[in-house]
Each structure stands twice: as structure tokens, then as C-alpha cells.
Design a protein around this ligand. Sequence first.
Ligand SMILES: Cc1cc2nc3c(=O)[nH]c(=O)nc-3n(C[C@H](O)[C@H](O)[C@H](O)COP(=O)(O)OP(=O)(O)OC[C@H]3O[C@@H](n4cnc5c(N)ncnc54)[C@H](O)[C@@H]3O)c2cc1C
Length: 418
Amino acid sequence: MKPDFDVVIVGGGPVGLAAGIQFARQSIRTLVIEKKCFPIDKACGEGIMPTGKQLLTQLGIVQNLSPLHSHPFKGIACYSPKGTLAQTNFVEGEGLGVRRTELSRALFTCAQNTSHLELLLQSKVIGIENCQQKAFVHTDNHKISTSLIVGADGLRSSVRTLANLNGKISTLKRFGASQHYCIKPWSHYVEVHYQPGIEAYVTPSGEEQIGITFLWNQAFYTPPLTGKDLTIGLLRQFPLLKERLQSAKPLDKTQTIGPLHRTVSFPIANHVALIGDAAGYLDPITGEGISLGLLSASLLVKTTSPIFLLQQENTKELCFSQKKLKPFAQLIQEKTRNYYLTTHFALMLSRYPILAEKIMLDFSRDPDFFAHLLSVNMGTAHLLGKAPHKMIQYAFWLMTCRRNLPIKIESRNRFPRQ
Ligand SMILES: Cc1cc2nc3c(=O)[nH]c(=O)nc-3n(C[C@H](O)[C@H](O)[C@H](O)COP(=O)(O)OP(=O)(O)OC[C@H]3O[C@@H](n4cnc5c(N)ncnc54)[C@H](O)[C@@H]3O)c2cc1C
């Protein structure tokens, strides 16, 4: 007997909805289960890299975003702790700043208008069950059979836990906080301001709004204020931004999230595949999360839809063994390698201000190399494809910086948690 759905996707974030739309467009009967109501908000820097923008354009999402809540950006402008500016344009075209609620609305509208796709809202997945020929997904009120369960349920993925795919608990404790302000974007770039142990990101996200996001390492920085005054306290570390935002009206409350680093032992199991943040996440410092998540959704659809389509001609039940999902796992590991490399590198800059100074100065003198590293991060260029000697130089600088731990460890007190 056929299962209730060919695919059940747990999580209606950008990655889950994008996967759902793509499966359904192949006439694969798909259900997305989401525990919240749409549109969904979340602490996020909201800067989508050109590669992610291209994937959203292919889905027909970018065309339906309101300019009130989205804004293109040309590249990245980084400020070192002492104020050195390194700025470059993306080689791949423009990126897109977009409010999470707007992205969620556009994807949700598209999903509602896609045949073969159903949505089960305000339903939390609490269990999964793996039988020989099919799997079952349990919510409070439903038991749904399927051939494939897709975990797209974010950082704290229940599917990852239920399928026993959690990796080691990380010692890296980075936290994030985001807030929006009503002010005309003053730059065509996503600005990254480095300070010891904390960074601020400013993303243009509409004609008259910007988003500001802070990321900090619990070991090296403690926010001076908490609760509703969290952003005010964090801004003290960034006098330039504080001054700019002095008379701007906040559009929402600060949202916090963390710890951010999540590891996965493997992104697949029998009848189960993980995509997006659920498949493991290091840090938002390089702004790749949504783009990589969308890529993982596309790769899963590409590698599994031929199997579904073949099966439609066959009356036998489809068993999605781990073996059948292996091509997806291999591709996702291959495609995320650069992200982990460049993100580890960017985390080093956050940890070692002396290194950040040196590298920013080098980037400011050689913006093409900076652009190259952004391409490496997006997976469109090879790490050693341009000026490989620089990587050796950077590695040497890193080694010398590591000898003298430069960050003052501040006294710890309360800490915001989501
Ligand atoms: C501070 C911060 C800044 C960031 N900045 C950027 C940036 O500038 N650019 C960028 O590209 N990325 C950024 N990211 C990363 C980006 O936010 C994530 O990579 C992206 O949201 C991943 O999408 P997702 O759909 O996998 O997960 P999510 O967006 O987390 O969606 C998961 C969904 O699953 C639902 N869910 C969870 N559990 C269940 C359950 N049991 N049953 C049913 N539903 C469930 C949740 O309600 C949620 O809607 C940032 C992240 C953080 C934390």
C-alpha cells in the first residue's frame, strides 16, 4: 500500500519550504509540517549570498519580495577593530538582504499555490518510526506514513535527535542577537564590524530599514545589559553604529539565539535525510546559512526525485535505505567543505584582533583576493585558485598571533538564551 505521502518534511523554514516546493514540482506527493504560524521570524543576519539569491530566483521567490522588506547588496565591507576598512564586490552578482518574515511569507505563498504539496501547520513532530518499507512521523494528533522523512527543523533539530544523528556537543559557545531599525540603508554592502570577541553585522533589508545582528563568543565577551536593553548594551562596543542608530526607531524586539555550533554524525539514516541547519551548523559569521541550506534542499531533490519517479511506474513500496541516500550525503559533505574552512578562518579573525588587523589591511590593499575568498566560501572558486602564497602567509600570521592570546576575558554574568 502507498504511504500517505512520498516525502514528509519536518520544518517550514526557508529550507524546508524550498525543498517541499521542489519535490512537489516533480509531482512527488509532499507534506511540510511546521510547528509555528506563518510568517515565521527568527534571529538572523538576513544577508543572502548571490548563490542563495540565484536559487531563490529559480524558485520564483525573489520576484515576489516587496522592496519595502528586501534590498540588494553589492558585497561585503569589513571594519577591523581599529577601523581599517576592507570592501569588495561579489564576483557572482548581487546578494539580497531580506526580512525573515518577508522571505517566509513569499515561500509560504508559493508553497500554498503548488500542487502535490500540503502543509500541516501548528503541529510539532514528536516522534519518528522506522519500519522496513516505510517510516512514520508522529505529531500530537497525527501518525503519517511516508517513504522519506526530511529533517529541515533547524539548529535544534528533533529529527536529528530522534534518528540518532547528533554529533559531539561543541565547546564553541557563540550566541547571536538581531534587531531591526527604521532608517534608510547607508551602504550598498553588508557591513561587518569586528571587535574582540564580538562582531556586528548591518544588512540593508528594505527601502527604509536595516537589520543589525551581533555574534559573540561566550568565552571572550559578556553583554553588559540583558533583556530588552541587550542591543543598547551591545552597541556600546560599536560607537560608530551607536551614533548612526541614535535617532532611528527600533522596529521590533531583540531576538536572541545560541549556542550556534551544532554537529551531525551523518546527514542520513534509513528513511531519513537532514537538510539546512538540521544537517549541522558552525556559525553565521560568513553569512552562508540560507544559501547552503537551499543548496542542500536542491541536492536532496536532485538525487532522490529520479528514484521516486521510477517508483511511480512500479507498484512495489519504495524503501529509502541509507544506501539510496548516500549520493546526497556525499554531495552535501563535498559542498559544505569550503564553508567550514572559510568559517573557521573568519572565527579566527574574531578571536585574534591582531590577526584581524593584518588581514583587513591586506584585504583593503587587495580587494580582488577578498572577493576570491568570498567566492571560495560560496563554493564557486577553489581555495588555491588565486594567490596561493597568501594562504601560507595567513597561516604564518595565525601561528604567530596564537602565541599571545590577545583577548581580555571579561567577567561573566547573566547570559541571554532563547
Ligand atoms: C544570528 C544569526 C545570523 C544569521 N545570519 C545569516 C545571514 O546573514 N545569512 C544567511 O544566509 N544565514 C544566516 N544565518 C543562518 C540562517 O538563519 C539559517 O541557516 C537558516 O535559517 C536555516 O534555515 P532552516 O530552514 O534550515 O532552519 P530554520 O530557519 O531554523 O527553520 C526550521 C523550522 O523548523 C520548525 N521546527 C523545528 N522543530 C520542529 C518540529 N519538531 N516540528 C515541526 N516544526 C519544527 C521551526 O519552527 C522552524 O520554522 C544566521 C543565523 C543566526 C543564528
